[in-house]
Ligand binder design. Structure first.
Ligand code: GUN
Length: 290
């Protein structure tokens, strides 16, 4: 059996189209254009690409994009001052501080300083807490994109065995919370898990977010399972250059799984589309509609 390929690019394009309509309706009814501020400190080339893509897609759905590019030697207090200023701006509904930050700046301090109602990344402890108790809040974009793709494959998620590999605050932990809220039976595996292949083999939905190229092999996958690969790893290509691969050995997995996300073109595009969805939610919160 060959798995069907989950087309994250197409799914993200559909979501952006829906968002563009909702943004236009919000403008017509309330005269408000959702604004997203993206803050980039330093010149990490991968972050630079993300930020450019985010800005272009923000404008594509009719939102305002505010970009702040700051030098790598910026002080923590200067960044905290900018965040406070953005917290107070009525035209900025969502604030995203691109990670990683340079070593002199505490990411935790900065993320905690973002007003919870402008926290498009869903990283603030207030939003993490709301997610943990199953209440509405702003949910981290990558797990949200994974959930939407899982729902595109399965008519119902209720009772499915979901195994999440990775326990980061950005993907693994919030993804586990989201799937619990969907009434799945969730296992979180990680680098200290005793029998990682065995845990993975139990999964109806296997979500892998560890950042280790080709960690998950084909024979770790239950036949027919849905595989969501969050990894984006740059590896050398035979004959020179480099290419992107996920955390799952795709060529092996595609022969066993029922559905699988490719890398690139799977989770990545959905993450940005979900960021825009969250920014619309932030604008609705500011208007008192949520
Ligand atoms: N760096 C890589 N991915 C992300 C993300 O989703 N949010 C932020 N703030 N920084 C990132």
């Amino acid at each position: 059996m060959t798995a069907s390929i989950i087309d994250g690019k197409a799914e993200a394009a559909r979501l952006r189209l829906r968002l563009a309509g909702e943004v236009a309706a919000l403008k017509a009814e309330y005269g408000v254009t959702p604004g997203l501020a993206v803050v980039l400190v330093g010149d990490n080339p991968a972050s630079e690409v993300y930020v450019r893509n985010k800005a272009a897609q923000t404008r594509e759905v009719g939102m305002e994009s505010f970009e702040f590019r700051l030098p790598a030697d910026l002080t923590e207090s200067a960044l905290l001052a900018l965040v406070q200023q953005l917290n107070g701006r009525a035209d900025v509904h969502g604030i995203l501080v691109q990670l990683p930050l340079p070593p002199q700046i505490s990411a935790e301090k900065v993320l905690d300083a973002i007003a919870p109602e402008k926290d498009v990344d869903g990283f603030h402890p207030m939003n993490a807490g709301l997610l943990a108790v199953g209440k509405p809040g702003l949910v981290p974009c990558t797990p949200l994109g994974c959930l939407i793709m899982a729902k595109g494959v399965h008519e119902s998620l209720v009772g499915l065995d979901v195994v999440v590999v990775g326990r980061s605050n950005i993907v693994g932990r919030p993804a586990a919370q989201l799937f619990i809220t969907e009434s799945c039976t969730v296992t979180v595996a990680h680098s200290r898990t005793q029998d990682l292949p065995g845990e993975c083999r139990r999964a109806d939905i296997l979500l892998v977010a560890v950042g280790r190229p080709n960690l998950v092999r084909g024979d770790w996958i239950k036949p027919g399972a849905t595989v969501i690969d969050v990894g984006i790893n740059r590896v050398p290509k035979e004959g020179g250059g480099s290419r992107l691969v996920g955390d799952v050995a795709f060529d092996e997995a595609v022969e066993i799984a029922g559905a699988i996300t490719p890398v690139p073109g799977g989770v990545g595009p959905m993450t940005i589309a979900c960021l825009l969805a969250n920014n619309l939610t932030c604008a609705r919160i500011a208007l008192g509609l949520v």
